[in-house]
Design a protein around this ligand. Structure first.
Ligand code: IDP
Ligand code: MG
Length: 138
């Protein structure tokens, strides 16, 4: 008997992933794990959508540099689906703080900075649906 549930999550490859030529490597890891990429597109984010998306950290001192980074180039937005995809993608991504991200995770293997940490993934199934609506309008 399997207990896992099929979920959708919102994944975003941040501007440093594109600048460093790592999107192929990161997408390959997501696919090798077995998740399906249901939708994918590049887009450029403006401050308004970022203030909404990052409302939970808007008061933090690093927020201006986060805005500058996230508007510095295009991102790759994806809807990723699979068993327990929300938690599973968070594990594949690794911890937010680069020094805590374990080897074998995307951030653990490639990130050397906490702001520029390559990838976003929704932190709950509820937020996944909100973020999918925000970036894909569905
Ligand atoms: P998450 O991306 O792992 O879910 P959040 O706490 O939601 O982490 O923060 C959103 C983004 O803000 C992080 O991915 C990172 O780019 C940036 N960030 C979070 N905490 C810090 C910090 O302490 N210093 C610098 N940047 C941070
Ligand atoms: Mg988060």
């Amino acid at each position: 008997m399997t207990t896992e549930k099929t979920e959708r999550t919102y994944i975003m490859l941040k501007p440093d992933a594109l600048k460093r030529g790592l999107i192929g490597e990161i997408i390959a890891r997501i696919e090798k794990k077995g998740y399906k990429i249901k939708k994918i597109k590049t887009l450029e984010l403006d401050e308004a959508i970022l203030k909404e998306h990052y409302a939970h950290i808007a008061a933090r001192p690093f927020f201006p540099s986060l805005l500058q980074y996230m508007t510095s180039g295009p991102v790759v937005a994806m809807i990723v689906e699979g068993p327990d995809a929300v938690l599973g993608m968070r594990i594949l991504m690794g911890a937010t703080k680069f020094e805590e991200a374990l080897p074998g995770t995307i951030r653990g293997d490639y990130a050397f900075c906490t702001t520029e940490n390559l990838i976003h993934g929704s932190d709950s199934p509820e937020n996944a649906e909100i973020e999918i609506a925000r970036f894909f309008g569905e």
